[in-house]
Design a protein around this ligand. Structure first.
Ligand code: SAH
Length: 229
């Protein structure tokens, strides 16, 4: 069973979206489990404070090193821990795949202006960003991260073959797809897809993937061409 452990000031966020559909079913089938730890329970002073003003000045509050560290120390296991942070390494499908192949992951969610850097460094926690924008907390990012990992766990999706031809595998974006009706508001499905000629379909799809990647993602297109040679 793949184990997720989430450290958060807002446990109410969980399981949230992950308690629906395939994720709920997979949790019932014990493909994965979720433990949510409230960082606030590890506060030290009698007021239960978890944050304070940043040294050196600046806006907002930071989560305290001692409180977060207490929380991590009392919840240690054999899985690695990541901190969701806009200054982390940007999440890729390759990283997602690696996480899905481990036994689980501990996920630390920040709030306010973030977390005292000492606790991140002292615990050698990898920082991961889900993109170049700022959220108000790590919780939605944790849901994104978990969603991306969970769908790769064996038995979660109905058809595992569908994982093989997705965007980002082989540095190509997915080709366009079509379903019923064959003609919709005067627009037909490309003939080749109705031809039954699998080699032709494969060739057409690759051509489409290459075109889309070249147009939308010059960075990926460059990687694709480099890996091919
Ligand atoms: N002051 C920080 C932003 C703090 S945002 C900075 O400028 O870098 C508050 C919390 O939201 C962070 O601690 C982090 O856990 C989460 N967060 C915000 N944006 C995120 C992103 N793009 N990816 C992952 N986590 C993010």
């Amino acid at each position: 069973m793949w184990s997720a452990k989430v450290f958060t000031l807002y446990p109410e966020f969980f399981p949230g979206l992950l308690d629906l559909g395939i994720y709920k079913r997979a949790r019932t089938k014990k493909i994965w489990n979720l433990e949510v730890v409230n960082i606030r329970n590890f506060a030290i002073d009698k007021h239960g404070s978890v944050d304070d003003k940043p040294f050196g000045g600046g806006k907002g509050m930071l989560m305290r090193a001692d409180v977060v560290n207490n929380c991590l120390a009392e919840n240690k296991n054999n899985n690695s821990t990541v901190y969701l942070s806009p200054k982390g390494k940007q999440l890729t499908q390759e990283m997602v795949k690696n996480f899905s192949e481990a036994n689980g992951l501990n996920i630390l969610c920040g709030h306010f202006e973030g977390i005292d850097q000492r606790v991140i460094d002292a615990n050698k926690i990898e920082e991961i960003s889900i993109g170049d924008y700022i959220l108000s907390g790590g919780e939605p990012a944790a849901v994104v991260l978990l969603d991306s990992i969970l769908r790769l766990l064996p038995g979660v999706l109905g058809d595992e073959g569908s994982l093989e031809e997705e965007s980002f595998n082989n540095n190509l974006l997915e080709y366009p797809q079509y379903t019923q009706p064959r003609e919709w508001e005067g627009k037909k499905v490309p003939d080749v897809l109705l031809s039954g000629n699998h080699a032709e379909i494969k060739r057409w799809r690759l051509e489409q993937s290459r075109g889309i990647t070249q147009r939308q993602r010059p960075d990926m297109w460059q990687k694709y061409n480099k890996n091919k040679n």
